[in-house]
Design a protein around this ligand. Sequence first.
Ligand SMILES: [Zn+2]
Length: 335
Amino acid sequence: MTLPNHDFLDYTLSKPINDAIEQVVFATGSAQLLGQGIIQLEPIAEARHSVVLSAGIHGNETAPIELLNELLKQILDGELTLSIRLLIILGHPEAMRTGERFCDVNLNRLFCGAWRKYSGQEVARAQQLEHSVAQFFEAHQTGCKLHYDLHTAIRGSEYEKFAVHPFTHGQPYQQQQFDFYAAIGLEAVLLSHQPTTTFSYHSYINHGAQAATIELGQVHPFGQNDLLSLEKLSKALKLLIEQGELSCADAKTVKLFSVVEVLIKDADDYRLKIADDVKNFTAFDAGFELATSNVSHYHIKQSGDAIVFPNVNLPVGQRAGLVVRQDSWETFQTV
Ligand SMILES: [Zn+2]
């Protein structure tokens, strides 16, 4: 395969149909194209870990796509030494081409087999991504299995960079992951409280990978991102690629949140009594009526409780937002 200028993003965007399975050899390993926007790298040296880095699961979330493209270029150019097995995924090429979050249905709701219940062009893509991740992790031999699914957000956030950590079903949290969140410059982490059908949860629950959805600030079009704001993440990923090491900083600098309420749109007239552009993690006083409809009212139970991912432009029965509460590190257990 020829990859002009080692620019995988350009290659992916300009070549809509590609069924060839082709290989590129570089100084410290080889790369195999598994499908559109999906490339697997194997080091010559014994691999330290198996790492999936994905971006563009929402097509318009360009900053992390550009970051992964740049890291891949540096590996192929020989500027970075590859010491890990690496699967790089540009999640939704068609939506990336049109600058949309998705085409028919939100791709990041379709994993863990949830695509079976949907129709639209994302269904085939979710299956393909699940298949690629499965064959990648099934060939894992030594070290850790990791998956970081990188996003940017539509709305602003009180904490610009934050992770959504998968529900662990009571399994212990890994301190190393929280130290890594601090090292890559995250300000907050939201602990999921139930199974989901996101890409990162899929890798966690079906492949035993340490995984997270990572939000990295606001959406901008291709070419308009300030990648300097991702400097800490970039540095940490380079260390992971070259040395197989997870960067580490004081996890206690990251604020911990857990979910206290899932807001469900329960009627057509359901609304949230907040401005359309309210930031994620905006906090309210106890008693504030946050949500109302002809069948329910939700009042904030404790001052400081905050809203994350508010959205009422969806069908009745779906999630209209999460109410979250800050947790104390004092009572948080990790291993
Ligand atoms: Zn996203």
